[in-house]
Design a protein around this ligand. Structure first.
Ligand code: ZN
Ligand code: ZN
Length: 329
């Protein structure tokens, strides 16, 4: 099979011919039909995350069909499933026992600590795969598996916000903006200074206002979610929130946060991060995605063009999400 693999951090992926993997106990073998390209993949290939073992197949927004079932795994040949970032947990540590498996001490992550979906086939733990609402085709479904899910988890961490700021209007924000407006939130989108296309895109998806990330919103925010990996946005977002406002950092990696005056945090404002996902997040989010018809903006590229997809994402040239697909686009 074709697999786009990282052989060393900072290097382009290499198109390798590899044997089709075999599913172990509890695992499924999937024929991959689509795999989303997430900002986390950039952090993986750039070597910004610890412990990347090469060669590695990146990709953790996998949509595929089951072609073989390992011993004890429950599924059906031909079933469409989605594979998220959380690939396995230990089930025994204090975090797993407390219902916080996203923080599991022994967690395994798709496309990071095990091979992911930038390949024609992938193996996944059946217990960590999700059913996908039928209304989405394979390419549309792929970004739901991380961009959608993490946006949902970050939104829950934001509390009961009526005015919600989204900093960085990429794959996650374009889905969350629709979910949040459907539930009565007023969404304020903050984009890279001068990115008028992104601002128009945000407005077209229901945002009440869109402006540059250094601008003040027209009214104070109850909460802000930072999808952009830019630490300097933390004090900006705090300054835009009202009393008791919450700033949620949704990315796995961020540039350093500059020092800021204590008055920005005063009055019970808080800064929190969200890490990974639980299976419960996934089930809740997929139920919502089945109810609310999300417009998933995808740019399809063939698997062979994974490096091009990463480059476009890095340059901010993707509207919504980039998705690698099997076969012609
Ligand atoms: Zn655990
Ligand atoms: Zn991701």
């Amino acid at each position: 099979m074709l697999a786009m693999r990282l052989h060393a951090p900072g290097q382009p992926l290499v198109a390798d011919e590899r044997p089709v993997p075999q599913p172990g106990p509890g695992e499924l073998l999937l024929k991959v039909s689509a795999c989303g390209v997430c900002r986390t993949d950039l952090h993986v290939v750039d070597g910004e995350l610890p412990g990347v073992r090469c060669p590695l197949v990146p990709g953790h927004e996998i949509v595929g069909r089951v072609v073989a079932i390992g011993a004890g795994a429950r599924s059906a040949v031909g079933a469409r499933v989605g594979v998220p970032w959380l690939a396995a947990t230990c089930g025994r540590c204090r975090w797993c026992r407390a219902g916080r498996e996203n923080l599991c001490d022994g967690a395994v992550f798709t496309g990071y600590t095990r091979d992911g979906g930038y390949a024609e086939y992938a193996v996944a733990n059946a217990g960590f795969c999700f059913a996908i609402p039928e209304r989405y085709d394979d390419a549309e479904a792929a970004p739901l598996l991380c961009a959608g899910l993490i946006g949902y988890r970050a939104w829950r961490a934001a509390g009961d916000a009526v005015t919600l700021g989204l900093y960085g209007f990429g794959a996650s924000a374009h889905l969350l903006a629709q979910l949040a407006t459907a539930q009565g939130c007023r969404v304020f989108a903050f984009t890279r200074p001068g990115d008028t296309d992104a601002r128009q895109f945000a407005i077209s998806l229901g945002a009440a206002w869109a402006g540059d990330s250094d601008q003040s919103p027209p009214e104070p925010l109850d909460a802000a979610i930072l999808f952009a990996p830019v630490g300097a946005l933390v004090p900006s977002a705090l300054a835009a929130t009202r009393k008791a406002g919450r700033v949620v950092c949704a990315g796995i990696h961020m540039s350093d946060i500059p020092s800021f005056p204590y008055r920005l945090l005063w009055e019970e404002r808080s800064v929190v991060s969200v890490a990974n996902l639980t299976r419960r997040d996934g089930e809740e989010f997929m139920r919502l995605a089945a109810e609310v018809p999300l417009h998933v903006s995808v740019q399809r590229l063939p698997l062979m063009q994974a490096n091009e997809a990463l480059k476009l994402l890095r340059q901010g040239e993707i509207r919504g999400a980039a998705v690698l697909v099997d076969g012609p686009c």
